[in-house]
Design a protein around this ligand. Structure first.
Ligand code: H2B
Length: 92
């Protein structure tokens, strides 16, 4: 199981467009249409399943909010940071 990151490690490693909210990291991706958001959410789901690390995804018109935490560790780990970076990679 991945170890919890320290506050300083999170500050340093958090990707630019992401914010920390307690024991979660969060980013809201913007889209021109609802279906573009649906497509991104589906892709993110596939990446998550591949990583076996699953975000909370909230889909609304033109936006997809992604929240990550490591439930098994009770907080933020490298798994969350790595998946955030992978989601950013699939966001054109
Ligand atoms: C049993 C299963 O391997 C675990 O529940 C995995 C699945 N996906 C997960 N996703 C997230 N976000 N955190 C976890 O700790 C986690 N653990």
């Amino acid at each position: 199981m991945a170890d919890l990151l320290s506050d300083d490690e999170i500050d340093v490693q958090l990707p630019e467009e992401w914010d920390r909210e307690g024991e979660e990291i969060v980013r809201t991706y913007q889209f021109d249409s609802y279906l573009d958001g649906v497509g991104f959410a589906a892709g993110a789901g596939g990446v998550a399943e591949d990583a076996w690390h699953h975000p909370e995804i909230t889909l609304t018109y033109g936006e997809v909010e992604v929240r990550l935490t490591t439930h098994d560790a009770g907080g933020i780990t490298a798994n969350d940071i790595e998946l955030a970076e992978r989601f950013d990679d699939i966001y054109e």
